[in-house]
Design a protein around this ligand. Structure first.
Ligand SMILES: [Zn+2]
Length: 286
């Protein structure tokens, strides 16, 4: 998870621009009439998002057009129509092209934070459009928060970059695994519950564990060399340096958390790394 600056596009310009792309005069006129409500609702969205209360926003039906006609503006005008440059600008805002929801996979699409099936008036609202990867988009689907704790991370309105959201546990058995979870015990409950909902909805524990397993296999020979040259202290120091180094650009990704947990594992630095198994099928995946 990582924070994104607000998109530059403003609904007060974007909505009428999208409405004006409608070829049918009657539909165009009706969409423009709907504009006042869309702008008002967008202002409400902004206020509620700033106080993390979007779960309380009521659903409304469109007045001058159908909900579907309003929702369709997204594909017709923004994704595939004349406003595509704005779509591309919002989609392109991910840091290094990475998905802000998982901080792992590449951005490929836009996610409606509040789904347009339930909130068609937010179909082209820039602050409701989050660049994300296809897998996160699919996992989130029509997720509509019904309670405070069900609100997933909102990259534009939540800045959790300075918090230690995630922890890892190293398991050394006949192989080495890293298990990831949200730091529910140390985070403020206001963040902990939401981060846990986010983590669970997107299946990030399995994703991170799988990637960490490949990382361990690729680093095994290096760990062995460091250990043979300098013992467990040298290995631990190397792991701590790596954890520090990997805090950028995504402090709340699995990499810094993995190395911190490896450094903190006496079992791992005292020879547990020998158990890293390169034949292991992706650990943690189900
Ligand atoms: Zn993602």
């Amino acid at each position: 998870m990582y924070h994104l600056p607000l998109p530059a596009a403003q609904i007060a310009e974007l909505y009428p621009n999208c409405a004006n792309r409608a070829g049918n005069l009657q539909l165009r006129t009706a969409l423009l009439q709907e504009g006042e409500r869309v702008i008002q609702r967008s202002a409400t969205y902004n206020q509620m998002a700033q106080t993390s209360t979007l779960y309380q926003i009521a659903q409304e039906n469109a007045v001058h057009v159908s909900n579907a006609e309003l929702s369709n503006l997204y594909e017709r005008a923004l994704v595939n129509g004349g406003e595509r440059p704005t779509y591309l600008a919002i989609r392109g805002a991910g840091l290094f092209g990475r998905c802000p929801l998982c901080a792992q996979r590449d951005v490929g699409t836009l996610d409606h934070y509040l789904p347009r099936a339930s909130f068609p008036e937010f179909a082209v609202l820039p602050v409701n459009l989050v660049p994300c990867c296809f897998d996160c988009n699919h996992a989130k689907r029509e997720h509509t928060p019904a309670a405070f704790a069900e609100q997933m991370f909102h990259p534009y309105f939540d800045d959790w970059n300075d918090l230690e959201l995630i922890q890892a546990t190293i398991v050394v058995e006949d192989a080495v695994y890293a298990e990831f979870a949200v730091n529910v015990d140390t985070l403020h409950p206001v963040v902990a519950d939401r981060a846990a909902a986010h983590f669970e909805t997107l299946g990030l524990a399995a994703l991170y564990s799988g990637h960490a397993s490949v990382e361990l296999v690729q680093r095994r020979a290096g760990f062995l060399l460091t250990f043979e040259n300098g013992g467990p202290e040298a290995l631990q120091a190397e792991l701590l340096r790596e954890s520090q180094s990997r805090r950028v650009p995504f402090p709340n990704a699995w990499q810094p958390v993995l190395y911190r947990a490896l450094a903190d594992s006496d079992e791992f630095v005292n020879g547990g790394f020998y158990a890293i198994d390169d034949q292991l099928e992706v650990a943690g995946a189900d």
